[in-house]
Write a protein of this length. Structure first.
Length: 735
């Protein structure tokens, strides 16, 4: 499972494909020494942020690079490290040449609203009439998503329609905008208007990869997987876009169930080889490819891994291939299901990877350290090996290993030095970022909170190290700082960031236990107990409670009774928090008429008079699959209750794929297939999401995110709704 920190700050990234004809890209790539402008322009039109990040950063951030080069790079960097780089570049461009067309176009990506974005783009195109300027800032404006933005973007298209329709590239740009408008207005991932324009673009220029990407993506939005495969496979020239390859591997082939595993694997391997033969894949390519290929054929996955490591031995792609090879024997299983032998082999290979000199792939390093720390919950790994891994890991990925070692009271002096260095680095980074955050009105709040959270993590880690050394006075200000940094509203969860931070709550409980502040210690430990814990071993708050009890009373007499009370307090706390989340102004859910994977039609009208629990999920969603066993238990609990209905709605995949998953896992709960883009129409913000609907069809509760406590916590919501309904005559809305 991903860490709670990652889950809190995970965002749904909408990728708009802005590509260039393969022939044009090949011509540029074949140039012996393309200029920086040519190289980054080609990457912009390929629409692959991962490639731009890998190949463009060194070029764009080099001293005295041109405004044009910087503008091309800025266009693809709107999250993570790339966002900070982009903001820094835009800041410099504005100071250096505020009225230059490239500066104005780059600024559209960080405009505060659609009106400002359009104004900047109009000024840029007035100064420089080249298509590149228009297309660059049009893509920048597409990040604005509101009804007002849609209306003004359409007017902008109309004003410049002649220029858009003068070339295949412009037609593809126009179609991309129209699809975006349809997402905003109709909540659909496709557009009939855009589809017709993509066709026109491909007739005008059959080799236009950008139009192809739009057409394929439009077909995927309609769930026409066979048609999408036909378009992709019949394309007349080699496809250079990494994003297109990823769509083929991850979205198209897994939905062509009629091919069977071997047929899917054969096509996937052939396509991957065609990419690898022409150019170095990204580490993200490898992660997508090997995971999806291994589901069909371990032999072919191993062959591709071998090829990548042999062809590009010192690349980020090779590093990711090495990590994926380490996990090969897991197959589709989680570590929890693996044998002791498999876990041990995985650990050995991950250590081998971390010892590799000169590693550069942050993604591979992150995967290796996360899996290694997760393994400590399922097997014994010596503190010496973990400390070696912590030293070898990249700075941003050391934290979990440091905390685990601190819990063991191992290498505390070395950990103290390491944590202190990271705190200093975080403070420096925050200072640097603060200089450019004012250019980024939409992302600034999230970036600031994430910086605070990362700094809080390291302050907490150092506080834990001090606690383990008995240095209570030194631990206190560190943990106090972590608490204050996290005591702000959470971005995606109710309450504060602290309410979801298990480690800091635990350490605050330990601190107050050590100080003899038992009432405060109990409060923090109680809050910690309520935080979701994703591993099968005992919740760490329990150990905190036991230590607290022994310190307060001097022996363990009465401990079992005390823990029973603690468990009941935890249930009461969680239940109260959950019931407080009841939607104040409950409204009817949008009506639906969907078909189960067995072919039975169910409509929302049929649910009236019953309490309905509706879960949105997909087999592609890790957190969804994680909680599916609990969903089955919840279904079993209520399946014979005539007053309660449990349904799930699967999204983004074909019926046969879901049927195969349900049969293999022996799950029996009802699964409806998404129809007419119902999921997009209701604006599901994350997966899994569960609605709790009363007898009148009103959504009373909504839960986003996975849980190991589904049966208990979902039942509380259902029982509360039953009690509310019992207090009113049938048919009267419960307020």
């Amino acid at each position: 499972m991903p860490s709670s920190r990652k889950m809190r700050f995970a965002t749904l990234l909408l990728l708009t494909f802005v590509l260039v004809p393969s022939a044009q890209f090949a011509q540029i790539a074949a140039t012996s020494q393309p200029t920086p402008e040519q190289r980054l322009r080609a990457l912009f039109y390929l629409g692959d942020p991962d490639v731009m990040e890998r190949d463009g950063e060194a070029v764009a951030t080099k001293k005295n690079t041109s405004l044009e080069t910087r503008a091309w790079y800025v266009s693809q960097q709107q999250y993570g490290k790339g966002l900070f780089n982009a903001l820094t570049l835009v800041d410099g461009m504005k100071k250096e040449a505020p009225d230059d067309a490239w500066t104005l176009a780059a600024r559209t990506y960080f405009a505060s609203d659609i009106e400002q974005a359009i104004s900047l783009c109009e000024k840029a195109t007035a100064k420089d009439s080249r298509d590149d300027i228009l297309f660059l800032c049009t893509k920048g404006m597409m990040s604005q998503q509101s009804a007002t933005a849609a209306e003004l973007l359409r007017k902008f298209l109309d004003r410049h329609r002649a220029k858009f329709e003068a070339s295949a590239q412009g037609l593809a740009e126009e179609a991309d905008v129209l699809r975006q408008l349809n997402r905003i207005a109709e909540h659909k991932e496709y557009s009939d208007e855009a589809a017709e324009i993509y066709e026109r673009a491909l007739k005008l220029e059959p080799g236009n990869v950008r139009a192809l990407a739009g057409k394929v993506d439009d077909l995927l939005g309609r769930k026409k997987y066979k048609e999408a495969a036909d378009v992709y496979e019949k394309f007349p020239v080699p496809i250079e876009s990494h994003s297109l390859h990823q769509m083929y591997w991850h979205d198209i082939l897994p939905n062509l169930i009629e091919l069977g595993d071997e047929g899917q694997a054969k096509r996937m391997e052939a396509d991957a080889r065609s990419l690898i033969d022409r150019q170095e894949p990204t580490d993200q390519d490898v992660q997508y490819l090997v995971m999806d290929l291994r589901k069909c054929s371990a032999v072919r996955a191993d062959a591709i891994t071998d090829l990548i490591e042999k062809r590009y031995p010192d690349s980020k792609a090779s590093e990711m291939a090495m990590v994926m090879r380490s996990l090969a024997k897991l197959g589709d299983h989680e570590l929890e299901e693996a044998s002791a032998e498999v876990r041990s082999e995985i650990a050995d290979k991950l250590f081998e990877f971390l010892k590799r000199a000169g590693r550069t792939s942050e993604s591979a390093d992150e995967s290796a350290t996360e899996y290694l720390d997760e393994l400590t919950h399922y097997m014994e790994i010596s503190s010496e090996r973990l400390f070696e891994a912590a030293k070898l890991a990249m700075p941003e990925h050391k934290l979990d290993l440091v905390r685990t070692l601190a819990d063991r009271k191992a290498h505390l002096l070395e950990l103290e030095e390491l944590a202190s260095e990271q705190i200093e680095a975080q403070v420096r980074e925050a200072g640097a970022k603060s200089a450019v955050w004012h250019y980024d009105g939409r992302y600034a709040a999230m970036e600031v909170k994430q910086s605070w959270a990362t700094l809080a993590d390291w302050e907490d880690a150092l506080g834990r190290i001090y606690l383990q050394q008995g240095r209570i006075k030194e631990a206190e200000p560190k943990l106090f700082t972590a608490e204050k940094l996290l005591d702000v509203e959470s971005e995606y969860d109710p309450g504060t960031m602290l309410d979801q931070d298990l480690d800091t709550l635990l350490d605050l409980g330990r601190l107050n236990t050590a100080k003899g502040n038992y009432s405060q210690a109990e409060e923090y430990l109680g809050r910690a107990m309520s935080v979701e814990y994703y591993y099968p071993d005992e919740h760490p708050a329990i150990a905190g409670y036991k230590d607290f009890y022994l310190r307060q009373y001097g022996n363990d007499q009465g401990l079992d009774q005390y823990m029973s009370v603690a468990y009941e307090k935890d249930r009461t706390r969680r239940k109260n928090l959950i019931l407080k989340e009841r939607i104040a102004q409950a409204k009817p859910i949008p009506p639906f008429k969907l078909t189960t994977i067995e072919g039975k039609t169910i409509s929302s009208e049929e649910l009236k008079g019953k309490i309905a629990v509706i879960n949105f999920w997909g087999t592609w969603c890790g957190p969804c699959v994680y909680e599916v066993p609990e969903m089955q238990k919840f279904y079993n609990k209520y399946k014979d209750n005539p007053n309660v209905v449990f349904l799930t709605i699967d999204s983004k995949e074909g019926t046969e794929q879901v049927k195969k998953f349900m049969a293999e896992k022996k799950y029996t709960f009802p699964v409806l297939k998404e129809g007419d883009d119902y999921v997009n129409q209701v604006s599901i913000s994350g997966y899994p999401t569960t609605w709790f609907v009363d007898r009148d069809g009103n959504k009373v509760f909504e839960k986003t995110g996975s849980s190991r406590r589904v049966v208990e916590e979902f039942s509380w919501r259902v029982e509360a709704m039953m009690e509310m309904a019992a207090g009113k005559p049938e048919g009267v809305k419960v307020q």
